[in-house]
Design a binder for this molecule. Structure first.
Ligand SMILES: [Zn+2]
Length: 115
């Protein structure tokens, strides 16, 4: 389950961000964006978070996961399409020349700290 490694990196990133901002408060809420095509399962992510966060800076924080849609863009006709799963050709013209523009990202979007 590579979600464990992802959550480990995430918690480390939270620590780095807090150090940089010189924040010492407890983390109340973390918001992350997980692209639909990132291959990451949100349930596994939550499971990994519950497993790994105790004893870390993120202990007790609420994990909020956003799942932005993926976008494919056709190099042939230029159409951008919102997709929920991997596509291999353009839904409009059928060209296989498509690029996935969004949907693979996994980002830490915000950290809420207790006052
Ligand atoms: Zn097309």
């Amino acid at each position: 389950m590579h979600e464990l490694a992802i959550v480990e990196a995430l918690i480390e990133q939270v620590g780095t961000e807090l150090d940089r901002a010189e924040q010492k408060g407890a983390v109340k809420r973390l918001e992350i964006a997980v692209g639909r095509l990132s291959g990451v399962h949100c349930d596994s992510l939550r499971f990994a978070f519950n497993l790994l966060s105790p004893g870390t800076i993120a202990e007790g924080a609420e994990l909020s996961i956003r799942e932005p849609s993926a976008i494919s863009r056709c190099r042939q006709c230029g159409t951008s399409t919102e997709i929920t799963e991997m596509v291999i050709d353009c839904p409009l013209c059928g060209s296989p020349e498509i690029a996935i523009e969004k949907g693979r990202e996994l980002l830490l979007e915000s950290i809420d700290i207790e006052d």
